[in-house]
Design a protein around this ligand. Structure first.
Ligand SMILES: Cc1cc2nc3c(=O)[nH]c(=O)nc-3n(C[C@H](O)[C@H](O)[C@H](O)COP(=O)(O)O)c2cc1C
Length: 103
């Protein structure tokens, strides 16, 4: 099982690490622009907005996706889902949203 994650401050990566060590699986990062918090915050208020991402395409049909809960939209995650889930390249996505600080 591939465990994808997008993270801004590291929490979703930590969750992905925990899932990978508990259940096994390969971690794959979804990379995007390194923008300041305030810019992401503004973009996160625009529904359906996507941004350029860089990640390895899934090879299986089921994945786990760890990501931060952002106001209305997390644009890198939107692009990822549009590219791989809406196009039905993957059939099952287990969504793991991260909200507060887990340290
Ligand atoms: C642009 C932005 C928008 C966010 N919007 C929300 C929100 O609407 N509600 C919330 O509870 N937390 C919000 N957060 C906080 C993150 O969901 C939280 O810190 C999360 O654990 C961060 O995960 P990460 O470390 O993987 O980036 C927001 C954080 C950012 C950077």
């Amino acid at each position: 099982m591939e465990i994808y994650y997008y993270t801004f401050t590291g929490n979703s990566r930590r969750i992905a690490e925990i899932l990978a060590s508990e259940f096994g699986g390969e971690m794959r990062e979804i990379k995007s622009y390194k923008l300041p918090y305030i810019i992401w915050l503004i973009l996160s208020f625009i529904p359906f907005l996507g941004v350029k991402i860089d990640t390895q395409p899934p090879s299986g049909s089921e994945i786990v996706l760890c990501f931060p809960k952002w106001t209305l939209n997390c644009p890198p995650v939107t692009t990822f889902l549009r590219r791989y889930a809406e196009s039905r390249k993957i059939k099952m996505v287990t969504l793991v949203p991260t909200k507060s600080n887990i340290n």
